[in-house]
Design a protein around this ligand. Structure first.
Ligand SMILES: Nc1ncnc2c1ncn2[C@@H]1O[C@H](COP(=O)(O)OP(=O)(O)O)[C@@H](O)[C@H]1O
Ligand SMILES: [Mg+2]
Length: 272
């Protein structure tokens, strides 16, 4: 049985002015346990909405999401969203930020300490456990956000352009870190990115979503060994293939393509 099944999911928002905004039309996707899936595509294609539905923050208008064969009806600590680094509490230390999510799970103090320690070490921040977010670089803050999500020990990590605000160098580092953590912790990951290069670097499977309302346009398996060099012949080929899918999905609209940068200068979508 597949691990996550997204079955004919549609989502239409009703705005305060009672206007109907179709965001997703009949999207289907199957994700295996421990699979790393990247979702790419132009803005407005329903990527964030789909992630929010898998998280249980939004209910689909039609269709359903199943995890282990169980219908998702609301948020769960088994499915955790990693927010951008600015979702950290500035008045809490790194350790307290990581422990924060555990307070709510009514986990004992000793166990909280132990878990925070483990995940802070896993993201390489032992020496900064007592620092505050304002004392850290953007990349370090994003590591804290990842440690906080991992500490809850979810089965599924949902990441919506998590590295979009980082400079290119830090972003490359974070991608390698995330792969190392993913290999160590064996999580199922759904990762939205504007960058096709990032998707080909990370994913087992790249999903192209586009349209208004959004649909799943293409599903591409990436059968390259990791770590992947972006200069490798197959890497370049696969990247070009997916960029072409995105271009077609954008209606061949070049201005849309130009809004798909591979570096830090990318605009960061708000998590809707
Ligand atoms: N809460 C909301 N209320 C109304 N419309 C929304 C809401 N969230 C998203 N939308 C609309 O749904 C569509 C898909 O948005 P989104 O999922 O954010 O796309 P993406 O993440 O691919 O850029 C857009 O047209 C967006 O304006
Ligand atoms: Mg988005």
């Amino acid at each position: 049985m597949s691990f996550v099944t997204i079955e004919n999911v549609s989502k239409t928002f009703l705005t305060k002015a009672k206007k109907r905004v179709p965001a997703i039309a009949s999207a289907s996707l199957v994700v295996e346990r421990n699979e790393f899936v990247c979702i790419v595509g132009p803005s407005g294609g329903g990527k964030s909405t789909l992630l929010n539905i898998v998280a249980g923050f939004e209910r689909p208008t039609r269709g359903r999401v199943l995890v282990h064969g169980e219908v998702v009806t609301g948020p769960s600590s088994r499915r955790i969203m990693v927010f951008q680094e600015f979702a950290l509490f500035p008045w809490l230390s790194v350790r307290e930020n990581v422990e924060f999510g555990l307070d709510m799970k009514s986990i004992g103090r000793a166990e909280r300490r132990e878990r925070a320690k483990h995940y802070i070490a896993l993201v390489g921040l032992e020496r900064f456990a007592d620092s505050f977010p304002s004392e850290l670089s953007g990349g370090m803050r994003q590591r804290v956000a990842i440690a906080r999500a991992l500490a809850v020990q979810p089965e599924i990590l949902l990441m919506d352009e998590p590295f979009g605000a980082l400079d290119a160098y830090t972003r490359d580092n974070m991608q390698q870190e995330l792969l190392r953590i993913w290999e160590a912790e064996r999580k199922t990951v759904l990762f939205v990115t504007h960058s096709v290069e990032e998707a080909v670097t990370l994913a087992d499977t790249v999903v192209v979503m586009a349209g208004r309302p959004g649909t799943v346009r293409n599903i591409v398996r990436i059968d390259l060994e990791r770590p992947r060099a972006n200069t490798e012949h197959r890497f370049v080929e696969i990247k070009a293939e997916i960029q072409e899918y995105v271009r077609i999905a954008s209606g061949g609209n070049l201005s849309e393509l130009e809004s798909l940068p591979d570096t830090s200068e990318s605009s960061v979508d708000s998590v809707t």
